[in-house]
Write a protein that binds this ligand. Sequence first.
Ligand code: ZN
Length: 188
Amino acid sequence: MAKAIKFDKKILGKKNKNPLSWEESFMLHAMVAAGRSKDPSSQVGACIVGKNNRILSLGYNGAPNVWKDEEFPWDRDHEDAKLNKYPYVIHAEMNALLNYKGDNKDLEGATLYVTLFPCHECAKFFAQAGIKKIIYLSDKYYDTEDNTMSKTCLDYCGVEYKQLDLDFQKDYIVSLIPDKKEQIKKSI
Ligand code: ZN
C-alpha cells in the first residue's frame, strides 16, 4: 500500500469562508435558466434537485421545442383568448420536469427551485411526481384563485413550500473568467 501523504494542520482548512448555500446556489441556477426565456413579459426558471443535492434538470418557460419562437403568439392580453400565449406556453417547472430523461424514481423526495410560485396545474403534477419541497422566490400572484388552488393541492399532498429571501447585498459575483474576478468587482 502506498504511504499516505501527511498534511500539517497549519496548511489545512484554508477554505472559502463565504460560499453560496445550497439554496442560494440552486436558486441562482433557476435564475440563469430564466434568462433563456423568449417570453417578453415573464421569464421564469426552474431547477429540480434530487436527494444528495444533485441537479436533475433545468427549465424555463417557453414554446414547445418544435414551434419556432418567431412564429409563437407571445401576447398576454389579446381579447381572443386563443390568440394569447397561455394555451400554448410551457411553464418553466413543467419544462424542467419534461427535460429530465433519467429515472422517475429520482424525483421522489426531490426539491423544486423555481423563481415564481407554481400555478395549480404545475403544482398537481409535481405533487404526483413525488416532489416533496418547493423553494420559490416570487409569489406575485399571492391570494389569487389560482394561487390558492395551487397551495391547497400542495397542502393536501404534503408538499412543503418555502419562500427564499435572497440577500442581494451578498456578493454573488462568479466571473466567467476567474482571473478577472477582482477586476470585475472593482468596475461595478
Ligand atoms: Zn404552471
